[in-house]
Design a protein around this ligand. Structure first.
Ligand SMILES: [Cu+2]
Length: 110
């Protein structure tokens, strides 16, 4: 009987840790892997004070985004200094875990 109890406890303990490992693994990729996408677009509005730029951007197939015109936050506001309306740009777009898009790098291409 004692032996049976020990086996049962061992099974329960093992089962619980297996579930924990599984939960961690399932959670891991989304939490830690940050993808960034190279996108092209055209500057529509530059808001240096807010650190935002409105871009008419091309489609981003990896994100299932169609081409559109929208505002983006820029991580490094100083990168907006040299940008003007009508500039063709290339930028790196990242999405936070909450799904908020952020431009990590942007530069005009001529
Ligand atoms: Cu968009």
């Amino acid at each position: 009987m004692k032996r049976f109890l020990i086996m049962t406890l061992a099974c329960i303990t093992f089962g619980a840790s297996a579930i924990l490992v599984y939960a961690n693994d399932a959670h891991h990729p989304k939490a830690d892997v940050q993808k960034s996408y190279a996108v092209k677009g055209e500057v529509v509005v530059v808001d240096k004070a807010a650190g935002k730029v409105k871009l008419k951007h091309e489609a981003i197939p990896e994100l299932d985004w169609p081409a559109m015109t929208m505002f983006f936050s820029v991580a490094d506001k100083s990168q907006l200094e040299s940008l003007g309306v009508g500039d063709q740009v290339e930028f790196q777009l990242m999405k936070s875990n909450e799904g908020v898009p952020l431009i990590t790098k942007i530069k005009a291409v001529r």
